[in-house]
Ligand binder design. Sequence first.
Ligand SMILES: Cc1ncc(C[n+]2csc(CCOP(=O)(O)OP(=O)(O)O)c2C)c(N)n1
Ligand SMILES: [Mg+2]
Length: 307
Amino acid sequence: MERPSHSEFYRQMLRIRRFEETVLDQFPRGDFYGTTHTYIGQEADAVGVLHHLEHGDVVVSNHRCHGHFLAYGGSMQALAAELMGRKGGVCGGRGGSQHVQWMDFYANGILGGTLPLAAGMAMAEKLADSGRIVVTFMGDGTLGEGVVYESLNLASLWKLPILYVLENNLYAQSTPITHNLAGTIPGRFQAFDIPAMEVNTTDVLEILNQAGNAIEKVRHGNGPQALVLQTYRFSPHSKGDDTRDPAEIERFRKLDPLKIHAERVPEADRISIEKTVENEVTAAFAAARAEPPADPAALTQALDGAG
Ligand SMILES: Cc1ncc(C[n+]2csc(CCOP(=O)(O)OP(=O)(O)O)c2C)c(N)n1
Ligand SMILES: [Mg+2]
């Protein structure tokens, strides 16, 4: 697959960053329904991994799904509208921030509940001999859910075509990983004979390479693989709930994937991308806000594939 330019990777990550910053800025206006979890700092994971998707591959995402959805190719306006409960939202305004479904992209906010979904979808693809794979994203804290291990067991036993992308941002809400995880993250996968590759970088190009290797193995019938990505979120877990030491957050800023990658982008391109993305985000939120609210009567109707 042809590799996009440095500028294109920068654009993709910046779209996520500015979308999420806008969500946090605008949350106090009361326009959004339910809660939200932003992806600021983790952009390189979604962009580096999902670059390798082929048509028909399935993505199963979690509560922190906006970045995954935008990197998948979902519409920014439809995502903004979904958060606002508008008719033109990805799911007609029914799902909100955590329950986004479009084409072969499925997000679910129940921690761990995504792994059996991913296993079932991968089983379907395998039985159909479609050659398609499933990529599923999960956080470090999700390793505390028992259903994760039932799912890993069957996925391994049945050699299902799944890539587990574990985004280790060191926290489950406010609980640091040192307080909730015994052993190692790769060890959790390896216990089920699932090879796990640890990637200790926030550089989109390195993630791209490692994800490419892992996806290649999944595509060639080697069964499930895991990619453990070391990352950090600069935003609070949800909106204002941050109990981390501000000095720690500042320390991690040197790992900001946008800063790392921006150095490879010619200045003129960077400035032009920043302007274009700014305009895109402003227009997306304005258009979403101008849409009518979801009609409760439509709840029993099938979705028309909006998004
Ligand atoms: C079954 C379940 N329990 C609790 C929650 C509430 N909750 C949402 S996100 C979260 C922390 C998740 O941590 P992690 O898996 O590390 O993902 P991160 O938020 O760091 O991306 C919790 C406890 C939930 N969504 N589902
Ligand atoms: Mg986490």
